[in-house]
Structures are given as structure tokens and as C-alpha cells.
Design a protein around this ligand. Structure first.
Ligand SMILES: Nc1ncnc2c1ncn2[C@@H]1O[C@H](COP(=O)(O)OP(=O)(O)O)[C@@H](O)[C@H]1O
Ligand SMILES: [Mg+2]
Length: 284
């Protein structure tokens, strides 16, 4: 277990580093002069908004995620360039339509705002009724750990850990018992077709298998939303199909809300509807 504890410590350190980077980079926060701290949410604006960690919205809704008036700009040299201008985007419970756009159209930037991996210059992301713009960075970290799952193009598995360990590490961080996290990992790895590979290292697996481990990791804690940034970009078409079939299964059969971005037009065959992004703006 030592190596897992080490990995958890590293993961926590990485999370802290990410938070510090966000604090340093966050142009947006400069607007928050009142508090003097760019990452200090102004809770006075919306009294009574409590942060819901690991709770499904009991009130109204089937709206799971809502992006409102989001602007994200980056400094390129001396010039500030706007790469995202999103007036409104809603995903309801069980939605799974992909967001499509060519390379450079702002897909990753959009996904990072919706998935709370970046902070917009202005605008809000409301997840499951919680206004995430009011969260402190630490709360956002906890919210992500408990409520959101991510799949990336490069799988982002920890090479020293087995498939099973890669999957249960976040459950350990959530404080689940050994029996709970081990059986949860085995169950979800079974569901992605890797029930016979629990103790295999990523280096002994194909790209498609590694991506399926990363999907299992993203889903192990039953996230409210699964975010996927070009999950097939490094895969051949057969493995891409397997990954998309899995997404379809979790979406259609199990009602998992999925927010995926892709530049591959043929991925549209897997869903009824697509959302198109061009130059940082959604096409109607
Ligand atoms: N951290 C950043 N700093 C500067 N420019 C960025 C940064 N992230 C993205 N961009 C720019 O924003 C645009 C959109 O990028 P991105 O969201 O990665 O597009 P996509 O994922 O659709 O390929 C690109 O022109 C890219 O160069
Ligand atoms: Mg991208």
C-alpha cells in the first residue's frame, strides 16, 4: 500500500500546485477588488447558496450543468485574445451529446470551464444547483473529487499503479473503506470489459485498454457528470468505437450525463444530436 499512499500524497501535491497556478494566473479575479483576493468568492451576492458536495439535487431539477455568459480570454504575447464566448449552455440529466469543433475552436477551454479545471474571466457554471463561482478553490477541489469525473486524450494513468489501484485511488482519497473501494474498482473495471485485468500495469495494456481504465476511474465514484476531452484522439478507429460504445452504454442505459468534446465528425453517429463550436462560439 506504500506506493499508493505515496501516489495519493503526490496527487494532493499536484492538486495544491494546480490551485496555486490558478491563483497566480487568474486574470479574472482581478475584478474582485472588494475582497482583495481573486479567489475569494463574493458570497454576499447570493446569500444562502450552500455548496452541495456529493448530494444529488433534490429540488427541482433535471438541469445538471449550466454555463451562463462565460468569457475566457488568454494573453498571447501582448494581446488579450478571447477564446470563448458562451451565452448559455445547458445539459440535462442523462444528456450525452458531444460538442464538436475543429482544432483551436476552444473545445478544451470550454470543457475546462464547465469541468471546473479553469476559472472564466466572467460568467458562471452551475452544477446540480450549486453556483460554482461562489466556491473557494479548496471547495472546488472537493467538489471535483466527489462529483465530477474526467477522461483525457492521454489517459493520464499513474504508471506505477495497477488498473485497479488507478481506479480506486480517488475513492481512497474520499475516505472509503478498503472493502468498498476494492469492490467498486472491480465492479466498474468489469463494466468496461477489463474484469480480468485488475492487477495489470498500464504499460502492459493497449491504448484502448488504458483509456477504458481511465473511463472506469472517472466513473468509479458515480459522478454527476463525466467530462471527456477528445477521448479517442490517440486511438485507432476500432478502439475509438469501443470507447464510444462504452460512453453510449453508460449514457443510454445507465443515464450517465456526459459532456464530451471531439473534432471527429463521425462521432456524431453515436448520438442523436451534436453541439457545434466555432471560434469559441456555439453555433445555433
Ligand atoms: N493557456 C492558454 N494560453 C494562451 N492561449 C491559449 C491557452 N489555452 C488555449 N489557448 C488558445 O485558445 C484557442 C483555443 O484552444 P483550445 O481550447 O485548446 O482549442 P481546442 O481544444 O478546440 O483545440 C487556441 O487558439 C489556443 O491557442
Ligand atoms: Mg483540445
Amino acid at each position: 500500500m506504500d506506493k499508493i499512499e505515496r501516489e495519493i500524497e503526490r496527487e494532493i501535491e499536484r492538486e495544491i500546485e494546480r490551485e496555486m497556478e490558478t491563483e497566480m494566473e487568474n486574470e479574472p479575479g482581478k475584478e474582485n477588488i472588494e475582497t482583495g483576493n481573486e479567489n475569494m468568492p463574493d458570497r454576499k451576492k447570493e446569500a444562502g447558496t450552500e455548496i452541495a458536495v456529493n448530494t444529488l439535487n433534490e429540488k427541482n431539477v433535471d438541469i445538471i450543468i449550466e454555463g451562463i455568459d462565460i468569457v475566457r480570454t488568454f494573453l498571447m504575447g501582448e494581446v488579450e485574445v478571447r477564446v470563448l464566448l458562451l451565452s448559455a449552455l445547458i445539459f440535462r440529466m442523462g444528456d450525452g451529446e458531444p460538442i464538436m469543433g475543429p482544432s483551436g475552436s476552444g473545445k478544451t477551454t470550454l470543457l475546462n470551464q464547465l469541468g471546473l479545471l479553469d476559472t472564466p474571466n466572467s460568467g458562471k457554471v452551475i452544477i446540480n444547483g450549486a453556483d460554482t463561482s461562489l466556491m473557494f478553490d479548496r471547495e472546488k477541489g472537493r467538489f471535483r473529487l466527489h462529483n465530477l469525473g474526467y477522461v483525457f486524450q492521454d489517459y493520464a494513468l499513474l504508471p506505477e499503479l495497477t488498473a485497479s489501484e488507478n481506479v480506486f485511488i480517488s475513492l481512497m482519497m474520499q475516505g472509503k473503506s478498503k472493502a468498498e473501494y476494492e469492490s467498486a474498482a472491480a465492479k466498474i473495471l468489469e463494466a468496461v470489459g477489463l474484469g480480468d485485468r485488475l492487477s495489470q500495469l498500464p504499460s502492459k495494456m493497449s491504448g484502448g485498454q488504458q483509456q477504458r481504465v481511465s473511463i472506469a476511474r472517472a466513473l468509479a465514484h458515480n459522478p454527476i457528470i463525466l467530462f471527456a476531452d477528445e477521448p479517442c484522439a490517440n486511438l485507432d478507429s476500432q478502439n475509438s468505437k469501443e470507447v464510444l460504445d462504452l460512453f453510449k452504454k453508460f449514457n443510454k442505459e445507465l443515464g450517465q450525463t456526459i459532456v464530451m468534446v471531439t473534432h471527429e465528425d463521425w462521432h456524431a453517429e453515436y448520438t442523436d444530436r451534436v453541439i457545434r463550436l466555432k471560434d469559441g462560439v456555439l453555433e445555433q
